[in-house]
Design a protein around this ligand. Structure first.
Ligand SMILES: *[C@@H]1O[C@H](CO)[C@@H](O)[C@H](O)[C@H]1NC(C)=O
Ligand SMILES: *[C@@H]1O[C@H](CO)[C@@H](O)[C@H](O)[C@H]1NC(C)=O
Length: 224
């Protein structure tokens, strides 16, 4: 079993933040962050512009098991979004979601997602990801209105709808799909991508009517 403290220390020692002077949405130049997609896929269409925000999401995917089925259905997610733009040119950038996942999965229940950034030297919390009701269903929202330079800015959010869905290129049974989503409301961004997912998938079956579950996950979210 991993020691939470030990892993945190190792991760902190490994990640030396190199800041550049250009500030876009986050703390560092986002133009150095590449959305690395498998060359063979055509489902997620990446904008040619630099991202506005490059973030690490740490949180849970929630699922329920209705009384009539034995398969879990998604009932939303809750995640904290950390600015990782300053890591873009470091070797650690590519694997930050895996590093964070080890720390998050081994953290005791008392450790909340919004504190995980401290353990991977990306303490800058940019926002929250959660779901809101929209018509008869749920809509994904990324909300930057509570932190940093967008604190109090009521338009600094985006609600977006899925336009592209790619099973995770590695370990799709364990790792949630990679997604492209387009803005339906809010001024924060016109497009959102979820990539480099670790975890978040539910077990393949459930006992009908059993309690909802939360499955820990990490991912990169990039905003354009
Ligand atoms: C997801 O589950 C967590 C507890 O693990 C809870 O705090 C959160 O409100 C739930 N969110 C949704 C959308 O179900
Ligand atoms: C508020 O946030 C939006 C979206 O990020 C941004 O376009 C706008 O410039 C911000 N307004 C102010 C006054 O900072």
């Amino acid at each position: 079993m991993f020691s939470f403290q030990l892993i945190s220390t190792l991760a902190s020692a490994a990640l030396l933040v190199s800041a550049t002077s250009t500030h876009r949405g986050g703390n560092c130049d986002t133009s150095k962050s590449v959305l690395d997609l498998p060359t063979t896929q055509t489902t997620l269409i990446v904008p040619s512009t630099a991202p506005l925000f490059v973030t690490l999401g740490v949180g849970v995917q929630n699922y329920s098991c209705t009384s009539t089925t034995s398969a879990y259905t998604s009932i939303g997610a809750v995640a904290s979004l950390f600015d990782i733009s300053c890591l873009a040119e470091t070797p650690e950038f590519a694997t930050i979601q895996a590093t964070a996942s080890i720390i998050w999965k081994n953290a005791p229940p008392s450790v909340k997602a919004h504190t995980i950034g401290r353990h991977i030297l990306t303490p800058s919390l940019l926002g929250d990801h959660y779901f809101v009701t929209s018509g008869t269903g749920l809509a994904a929202k990324w909300d930057f209105t509570s932190f940093g330079r967008f604190a109090g800015n009521t338009t600094a959010f985006v609600i977006a709808a899925k336009v592209g869905d790619l099973p995770a290129p590695t370990g799709p049974a364990a790792n949630v799909d990679w997604l492209a989503l387009n803005n339906v409301q809010g001024a924060l961004a016109s497009k959102v991508f979820r990539i480099d997912t670790v975890g978040g998938q539910p077990p393949t079956s459930c006992v009908p009517g059993s309690d909802p579950i939360s499955v820990k996950y990490t991912a990169k979210y990039l905003f354009y």
